[in-house]
Design a protein around this ligand. Structure first.
Ligand code: UD1
Length: 351
């Protein structure tokens, strides 16, 4: 029996690991251990995801709380190393681009354990983003690079990665939306509304960017309600900077199913999240991206996502332009919804 071990820590990783765990179980012939670093820990940032996505309880919970990047990553590295030495897995699966991804990839490769990176090859080409550093390092040390898009695959080939290590499997987040949207509860909201999220350090830790995003959302809220499930980082920065949104409806972070239901009922999505840009697409909703670049360039090419930056005028202008456009949702750039199964098939080759 092959022994696989997944490391997760932050919200989007719970969703990705749920897809891969289910595929591993369905395939049979594997033992699968789960490690939760503790990066996200509140009930509504972590526990609700395990319940809703029906993920088994973690076999190891390291309890490393968010702190400075160095301290958080260092504590995770030490904790994950101990687990890997004890568990001796045949392969370690890491997901996405968080500090938990980086710590797990480094801990594993230093113990000569092969690393599988789910969501490999994405690039924003902005090295000031912690996520960009994390994904480049994770890709560099991984044995299996599971790419969600053709662009991701091309990025890796350009960086000289051996083609044999690159697996174009599609996006596990598409698998997740297909699976979970079948049993979605109706959205708690009715009437016309938009949904927004803001959590990236580049936006939250710069008072002028955060202020201008909130100003834009307030302006949109003059015409149509805006619901903003607020990440704890953003809430803390707003308090510190004395920033307010007068008309936006601020709520606590919501679980995965409620988020999908909210997006499905929304007129448009405003976000700096990576995952939500695609969820908006999968559910047929236009997206205004509150960043200067995106890794999901296919959505921009398809005309359903506008990278608006953080200037209030540009955000509101992008929203108005998208609202007036006839959009085509027929393209399928994220695979066939079977990425989980294809990942497990590739991992069968584990020695
Ligand atoms: C992290 C990831 C990002 C991912 C995001 C998903 C990194 C560098 N970034 O960003 O790639 O898109 O998760 O949400 O790994 N906090 C709480 N309660 C929690 C979790 C966090 O209060 O349950 C607070 C922390 O104390 C911290 C802040 O939120 O002050 C930010 O958390 P952190 O894990 O550093 O980064 P995210 O912004 O969530």
């Amino acid at each position: 029996m092959k022994r696989l071990l997944s490391v997760v820590g932050a919200r989007p990783q719970f969703v990705k690991a749920a897809v891969v765990s289910r595929a591993i179980e369905r395939a049979g012939g594997f033992e699968h251990r789960l490690v939760h670093t503790g990066q996200h820990y509140d009930e509504n940032m972590s526990d609700i995801f395990f319940r809703e996505l029906e993920i088994a309880r973690p076999d190891h919970a390291l309890g490393v709380r968010s702190s400075s990047h160095g301290e958080m990553t260092g504590l995770m590295l030490a904790g994950i190393e101990k687990v890997l030495v004890a568990e001796k897995p045949d392969a370690v699966i890491v997901y996405g681009d968080t500090n938990s991804t980086l710590a797990a990839a480094l801990a594993a490769v230093k113990l000569h354990l092969p690393v599988a990176h789910v969501e490999a090859g994405l690039r924003s080409f902005n090295m000031r983003m912690p996520e960009e550093v994390n994904r480049i390092v994770a890709d560099r040390v991984s044995h299996w690079l599971f790419c969600p898009t053709a662009t991701a695959e091309a990025n890796l080939l350009k960086e000289g990665v051996d083609r044999a290590r690159i697996h174009a499997v599609g996006d596990v987040m598409y698998d997740a939306v297909l699976h979970y949207s079948r049993t979605l509860p109706p959205s708690a909201r009715s009437g016309r509304y938009c949904v927004a999220t803001v959590h990236r350090a580049e936006n939250t830790d710069d008072a002028s960017r955060l202020g201008s995003i909130l100003k834009a959302l307030d302006e949109v809220a003059d015409s149509v309600a805006v619901v903003l499930p607020l990440h704890p980082r953003t809430r803390a920065r707003m308090r510190e900077q004395g920033l307010k949104a007068r008309k936006v409806e601020i709520v606590d972070p919501v679980g995965y199913l409620e988020m999908l239901a909210l997006v499905r009922g929304a007129e448009a999505v405003f976000t700096d999240s990576g995952g939500l840009q695609k969820e908006a697409f999968f559910l047929g909703r236009p997206c205004i991206t509150l960043r200067d670049e995106t890794e999901w360039v296919e959505l921009v090419d398809l005309g359903v996502n506008v990278v608006a930056g953080t200037e209030a005028r540009a955000i509101v202008g992008a929203w108005r332009a998208l609202a007036g456009r006839q959009l085509d949702w027929s393209a399928r750039p994220y695979g066939g919804g079977d990425a989980g199964g294809r990942i497990v098939a590739a991992l069968r080759g584990v020695e």
